[in-house]
Ligand binder design. Structure first.
Ligand code: HEM
Length: 421
């Protein structure tokens, strides 16, 4: 397991490492360890659409430049996929990446259809009060747990319920296998907002060892099998070339765990937070998810390394720099959006601009499951907002800023609606 899996996989941008500079000379402002966002909020848009951050990272807020960088049609950047990045380099070849992404999407789509009926019960467990964002991660993880590890392999569903505050074990018919328990622990100790920081170095090393051993063994086993994949473990094991290192397969599989329990869970968290703090807003679930992803894109920085010296938006970059597409800034750029900082889901009734909306990246390495991820969140919002009046009580107003942009801590109060809405 890498030190800091990002929203999309293995991004390792240490956004919180050094005081930030606007301009290489530190002209416009400083970001402290905990406030890279308020720094960007302060200097953008006045500092322009290309802003230097510490670590020689040029942060891009212009949609056309962002798309050109991510499309990389002229080979100006090294080939890169956050999702498939591993400690040893990049998992490949590209054909295997594409096959694994497509097969994962198909499996999750089938799972969504087959298990839609279960969602109502899971959502009802959130009432009357639940603690977020953890509850959102747990709900999504529990909902998709069998797609991550088939029941045949793992004994039972996740031992968790979705209710954040109690962390109560769910009732299940058989005890979870060690593999399922390990996966539950990965989510609890590496995916939840702030979870990593709460672990000791030793604790992290022990978990890493367990994960490598148990997932490695299961992937080896799956590799011997043939036929339709039963879960994402099969997808990774059977989509990889036969000589792929098992340690790489473990990391690719973990990218799926982070994408599902982390990215989809945080997107749900942001959507619910925005709904719960704007009780008067009435909007389609599809608009709410898009507006949440616009304001708070979980994958808020997508880094690329220049393959050669060139200019981006009039700024010279070299192979020693990073060029970082910043969906957070693109999505708040007043050039593309009216009232960019306001939660206004109605804007999605007729999208103002699609070209400046890139929560799932763009180009060859764009997310394999962008639409599906939004549908999964919409499914949950439809039940939540249809059956309940929501109020969010903020516990700590600060978003959790790491490789993924996670919502602040809040308590969600649900009051059952008396009649149909
Ligand atoms: C709201 C949830 C999600 C967000 C915000 C998200 C975001 C992203 C982004 C921004 C990228 C591009 C990274 C880059 O350019 O380096 C990406 C790639 C990817 N995502 Fe997602 N993702 C989400 C959920 C998922 C899920 C559920 C899956 C499971 C199938 C998934 C599978 C992938 C794959 C396989 C790639 C790599 C594509 C490639 O390089 O060919 N993502 N994701």
């Amino acid at each position: 397991m890498t030190a800091s899996k990002s929203a999309t996989g293995t991004g390792r941008i240490e956004t919180d490492s050094v005081a930030a500079r606007a301009g290489r000379d530190g002209a416009a402002g400083r970001a402290t360890a905990h406030e890279p966002l308020s720094f960007l909020d302060r200097v953008f848009p006045s500092a322009g659409e290309a802003i230097w951050l510490p670590g020689q990272k040029l942060c891009i807020a212009n949609a056309d430049a962002a798309r050109a960088i991510l499309a990389n049609a002229e080979g100006a950047y090294e080939e890169h996929s956050d999702f498939f990045r591993t400690r040893r380099g990049t998992f490949g070849p590209r054909a295997a990446q594409v096959a694994i992404g497509g097969s994962a999407r198909a499996l999750l789509t089938a799972h969504r259809t087959a298990h839609a009926g279960r969602l109502g019960d899971a959502v009802r467990m959130l009432a009357p009060v639940s603690e977020w964002p953890d509850a959102g991660n747990r709900l999504v993880y529990a909902h998709l747990a069998e797609a991550l590890l088939s029941p045949a392999r793992s004994g039972s569903r996740s031992r968790w319920s979705s209710r954040g505050r109690s962390n109560a074990p769910a009732r299940s018919s058989s005890p979870p296998s060690p593999l399922r328990r390990t996966l539950d622990d990965v989510v609890a100790r590496a995916v939840l907002a702030g979870a990593r920081e709460r672990q000791s170095r030793l604790g992290r090393a022990v978990l890493r060892f367990r994960v490598a051993m148990e997932l490695g063994r299961a992937l080896e086993e799956s590799r011997k099998g043939t036929g339709e994949p039963a879960d994402l473990l099969d997808v990774v094991a059977r989509g990889a070339p036969p000589d792929a290192a098992i340690s790489d397969l473990v990391e690719v599989y973990l990218s799926f765990v982070f994408a599902i329990a982390g990215s989809v869970g945080f997107t749900l968290g942001w959507s619910v937070y925005l709904l719960g703090t704007h009780p008067d807003v009435r909007a389609e679930p599809a608009w709410i998810v898009r507006e949440a992803l616009r304001l708070w894109p979980v994958a808020w920085m997508l880094a690329r390394r220049p393959a050669r010296t060139h200019d981006v938006l009039g700024v010279r970059v070299t192979p020693k720099d990073y060029v970082v597409v910043c969906p957070y800034l693109v999505h708040r750029n007043p050039k593309y959006w009216d009232e960019p900082r306001r939660f206004r889901p109605q804007r999605w009734a007729s999208p103002e601009t699609k070209r400046a909306f890139m929560p799932f990246g763009f180009g060859p390495h764009a997310c394999a499951a962008g639409s599906l991820s939004m549908q999964l969140v919409e499914d949950i919002l439809r039940i939540l907002a249809g059956d309940y009046a929501l109020t969010a009580e903020t516990i700590d107003p600060r978003p959790h800023i790491g490789p993924a942009l996670a919502p602040p801590r809040f308590a969600l109060h649900l009051r059952r609606r008396s009649g149909p809405r």
